[in-house]
Design a protein around this ligand. Structure first.
Ligand code: ADP
Ligand code: ASP
Ligand code: MG
Length: 419
């Protein structure tokens, strides 16, 4: 017997018919003799709808009240799944974030989980009850509802798995695993049977939304075994233990497998960044700090940064990227400090995409970046900014060229599936 946490995303929970299918998958897992807890997302599109209501009500909304609104989507689906399981003859009950509780900090709209009290959960699971937990939501130290940031149900699932020391955390979604790139963009994308935590972390952080970044870092830290697989399966599908999904593994496990590794594991595209340029910034100590310190204080994440070589006049241009959602705030903040920073013009562009290639093989191989630059150049795609890490190279390009760039790079690194 194993203890398994199963997580179902928005598309899997979209409507009573889909929820019935999910209940069937959960029931079969329990009938196979496992102890099961289920973490669910809101129905597809529901969180977006709720976020829009908040914006309409008050453009500068209070994140604590935003959390009250957006956490409701998961409350609905967890209750519905418990009801559906009961209708199928299973013992099931829902555990809302405040009931477990899932204790978080008080950073509303992007709260971090600090602790999950698992006693009640374990007792209920031990008694043969299926625990259904709404993802995405938690409880602040002040007793208020919090949410974990978009895509946060993945993190809820991994945190529950760590708390109950689950043997596995199965993330059921609308694709049957992690691919070399988004299979909805590139038809030739290949499914990866194994990905290391580190690669998955990097892929998630550069825009492969199949797993929330924080869920991967938590799984890595807590040693949770995570598997990504499809909920779009029928009754005749093999049980989850035998389904061919993607397993997230440690470096050692990967080395122990006889799988032949490509130099590049995957390619991601992130359309949620915006580019900001400040022209003619004084070239003196402290100038760059005066730009980035206020952004950091406002919790705005700066990603790629370029500072041009100073010209004779002792001035330089500084370009960087911020999340599109924070662009308006960043621009307002910089404009306010125009004199203090001493720049000439503030220019922004949100029609950009960050394309990243990721792979642990990069550590021991040169030439990954130059292949990327040459491949893009051959197609006339202009690179606006570059950043690198040990296992990743990212470039910023015009958003219109996203699909073309991902496709040509996928081919250039030999990732295309055989026809
Ligand atoms: P859920 O609602 O189940 O949480 P998400 O929409 O958050 O699902 O994540 C699944 C989606 O992630 C897929 O539909 C796919 O379009 C996208 N995706 C992006 N990159 C990848 C990748 N490398 N492999 C698989 N899916 C990817
Ligand atoms: N419903 C939330 C969202 O759409 C959380 C999740 O689905 O993971 O972001
Ligand atoms: Mg998701």
């Amino acid at each position: 017997m194993a203890r398994i946490v199963m997580k179902f995303g928005g598309t899997s929970m979209a409507g009573t018919e889909r929820i019935r299918r999910v209940a069937g998958i959960v029931k079969r897992q329990q009938e196979a003799g496992h102890e099961v807890a289920v973490v669910v997302s809101a129905m597809a599109g529901e969180t977006d709808r709720l976020v829009n209501f908040c914006r309409e009500a008050n453009a500068l909304y209070d994140p604590a009240e935003y959390d009250v609104v957006v956490a409701s989507g998961e409350q609905v689906t967890s209750g519905l799944l418990a009801l559906t399981l009961q209708a199928m003859g299973c013992k099931a009950r829902s555990w809302l974030g405040w009931q477990l509780p899932v204790k978080t900090d008080d950073a509303h709209a992007k709260a971090r989980i600090e602790d999950i009290d698992s006693d009640g959960l374990l007792a209920s699971m031990g008694a043969g009850e299926i625990a259904v937990i709404p993802g995405f939501q938690g409880l602040s130290p002040h007793g208020r509802v919090t949410t974990l940031g978009r895509g946060g149900s993945d993190t809820s699932a991994v945190a529950v798995a760590a708390a109950v020391k689950a043997d596995r955390c199965d993330i059921y979604t609308d694709v049957d695993g992690v691919y070399t790139t988004d299979p909805r963009i590139v038809a030739k994308a290949r499914k990866l049977p194994l990905v290391t935590y580190e690669e998955m972390l990097e892929l998630a952080s550069v825009g492969s939304k199949v797993l929330q970044t924080r869920s991967v870092s938590l799984a890595m830290k807590e040693g949770v075994r995570v598997q990504v697989l499809s909920s779009f399966i029928d009754e005749s599908a093999p049980p989850a233990d035998d389904l061919p999904g993607t397993m997230i593994v440690s470096d050692e496990e990967l080395e122990g497998s006889d799988m032949e590794r490509q130099l590049i594991t995957g390619i991601a595209a992130d359309k949620n960044e915006a580019k900001v340029t400040l022209t003619r910034v004084p070239d003196r100590p402290g100038a760059v700090a005066s730009i980035f310190a206020p952004l950091a204080e406002a919790n705005i994440n700066v990603d790629m940064i370029i500072q041009n070589v100073a010209k004779d006049k002792g001035e330089t241009d500084v370009t960087f990227t911020v999340p599109q959602a924070d662009l308006a705030r960043a621009l307002a903040m910089l404009e306010e400090r125009k004199e203090a920073i001493g720049f000439f013009r503030l220019i922004s562009d949100d029609h950009v995409t960050k394309i990243s290639v990721v792979g642990v093989g990069m550590r021991s191989h040169a030439g990954v970046a130059s292949t990327m630059f040459k491949t893009l150049a051959d197609r006339g795609i202009n690179i606006q900014a570059i950043s690198t890490s040990e296992i990743k190279v990212s470039v910023l390009i015009n958003a219109d060229e996203t699909e073309l760039a991902v496709r040509v790079l996928h081919t250039a690194y030999g990732l295309d599936a055989a026809a």
